[in-house]
Design a protein around this ligand. Structure first.
Ligand SMILES: Nc1ncnc2c1ncn2[C@@H]1O[C@H](COP(=O)(O)OP(=O)(O)OP(=O)(O)O)[C@@H](O)[C@H]1O
Ligand SMILES: [Mg+2]
Length: 514
């Protein structure tokens, strides 16, 4: 006798299909599992036997071999329990074999026969769909996220008996449907607004540009000027997520086991603000079975590092490669996985330990060497990756007295951001290019889309020589000026766009290079 069922396994962000074959013979009862299983998979032998017995289902008294294919890929975790047991029960004749080729089974079993939630169900269901499975059985607790996958029928399974009765056609499980209204109902209404920040017009403009093009920002200034306040309000001016973006971000949170049970989809851009005591592993991801870190959890959204120099040196440096590539590859003895990590980095810091270096009125009490040492915690390469570097100076009394009602709201700013993004999208779509945001432009795309007026070219050349720009810095200025021109709905990049871009990037000279 031979039975075949399907399930899926994770490899980084993507799932792959696993076929569970069960071959049985009328010999001494036994069960063996082959096909590169890890410990959790080997232990499934005991779990599925106990689950069946405790649910009142007879476990076949046959000599059985369970093979997990493809045999050359390592299978981890407990998500195969359900598929293995269905395979065994089919072999034993407890459930019919009809229709199994349409189905995929995902879930861990408890000894009592309950179906327990597993991580990464969204990715697993996507893999099942890729292989043409149209009915996917998932743990009831994971059903919401599974329902976000289009074109499959998702059955939430509470316990083994419920599944067996369904397969026998005795009592059907009601499939779950995706609630599209999550896109409107699930949106956060922000409790904070840009209008609450007084003064700081320069910083607000910089954040608007950052939102329009997805540029990284470094805010530097004395204590209490609104740096943290500004950064926390940054998500309020970001464009809303598209369905595809939502799926991508949800996949990562699903793998990390951080998706709330009743949430089918993350529809708000993540804003992650990890504390400076965190380790490089929690930032970039890792562990024996590598899990996504903060940079991947903020994919599609914002990573905010407040008090930047307080972060560990290696923590900061580990950001360099992902900032460049928009993804991170983690290599462990057991596996090599790649997770997306395309986020906007916002950093805030004081210019020195006492906080008042270059303050217009207050005196800085740090020694010259201390200031240097404090600032040098931020390495040149990391600094070079900050597209926008601006000062957030103290607010003057007059500005503080202005009422919030007179200031621009996040809503108004977001409208401009959306318009700029739409303008950029149309430009790319016209010749079939895909570009998520200007900050991701490749060198080829920069050449294609960043056309400068003669005056702008001359200005850029002068600045390049005067500021000792790196080649990366040069590209960043061009990307930044492209975004500024988009906000202006201007096809070509003019001198004023270049000049604003240069101003947004030249601060490192003042603090870091002297
Ligand atoms: N520009 C501003 N407009 C209105 N309120 C402000 C402004 N700046 C600071 N405040 C007030 O001061 C508080 C502290 O501001 P915030 O935490 O943003 O300062 P910071 O620049 O991050 O300082 P630090 O360098 O010490 O972290 C805010 O909660 C707010 O009440
Ligand atoms: Mg702060």
């Amino acid at each position: 006798m031979l039975a075949r069922t399907y399930t899926a396994a994770l490899c980084g962000i993507d799932g792959f299909e696993v076929t569970v074959e069960c071959s049985a013979q009328k010999k001494l009862p036994a069960l063996e599992i082959i096909g590169l299983p890890d410990t959790a998979v080997k232990e499934a032998r005991e779990r599925i036997r106990a689950a069946a017995t405790n649910s009142g289902i007879r476990f076949p008294s046959l000599e059985m071999i369970l093979n997990l294919a493809p045999a050359n890929r390592r299978k981890e975790g407990s998500a195969f329990d359900l598929a293995m047991l269905v395979s065994v029960l089919t072999c034993g004749g407890t459930v019919p074999a009809e229709g199994l080729e349409r189905m995929s089974f995902i879930g861990e079993l408890s000894l009592s026969g309950e179906v327990r939630p597993v991580d990464g169900v969204l990715c697993l269901c996507l893999a099942a769909r890729t292989h043409g499975r149209t009915e996917v059985f998932v743990p009831a607790a994971n059903a919401a996220e599974a329902s976000a996958v289009p074109d499959i029928c998702v059955y939430p399974v509470r316990d083994l008996m419920q599944l067996v009765r369904h397969l026998r056609g005795e009592e059907r499980i009601a499939p779950i449907t995706f609630d599209r209204s999550i896109f409107t109902k699930g949106r956060t209404t922000f409790p904070v607004d840009f209008s609450e920040v007084k003064g700081q017009a320069h910083a607000k403009r910089a954040l608007e540009i950052a939102a329009a093009g997805g540029h990284n920002v470094l805010l530097i200034g004395p204590p209490g000027t609104g740096k943290s306040m500004l950064a926390k309000r940054f998500p309020t001016i970001l464009p809303e997520m598209t369905f595809d973006e939502a799926i991508e971000t949800t996949k990562i949170h699903s793998i990390a086991g951080m998706l709330p049970g009743d949430t089918p989809l993350i529809v708000n851009r993540p804003f992650r603000a990890p504390h400076h005591t965190m380790s490089p592993v929690s930032l970039v991801g890792g562990g024996t079975n590598p899990k996504p870190g903060e940079i991947s959890l903020s994919h599609g959204g914002v990573l905010f590092l407040d008090e930047l120099p307080e972060y560990g040196k290696s923590t900061m440096e580990s950001l360099r490669q992902p900032l460049e590539d928009g993804m991170v590859t983690i290599t462990r003895a057991s596996a090599k996985v790649t997770y997306p990590a395309n986020f906007t980095l916002i950093c805030a810091m004081n210019p020195c330990r006492c906080g008042y270096f270059s303050h217009p009125t207050k005196k800085c009490t740090c020694k010259a060497g201390d200031i240097q040492r404090y600032l040098s915690r931020i390495s040149g390469p990391l600094l070079d990756r900050m597209d926008i570097q601006i000062e957030v100076p103290p607010v003057d009394f007059e500005a503080l007295r202005l009422s919030t009602a007179e200031a621009e709201t996040s809503e108004t700013i977001r409208r401009r951001v959306n318009a700029a993004r739409a303008y950029a999208r149309e430009r790319c779509a016209a010749d079939g290019e895909v570009l998520r945001q200007n900050a991701d432009m490749t060198t080829r795309q920069i050449e294609k889309y960043c056309r400068l007026t003669d005056e702008a070219s001359a200005l850029l050349k002068a600045a390049f020589d005067a500021l000792g720009m790196s080649a990366r810095g040069y590209d960043k200025i061009l990307r930044l000026s492209r975004t500024i021109a988009d906000l202006d709905a201007s096809e070509t990049i003019g001198a004023r766009h270049i000049s604003e871009a240069i101003k947004l990037r030249s601060l490192d000279k003042k603090y870091f290079n002297n």
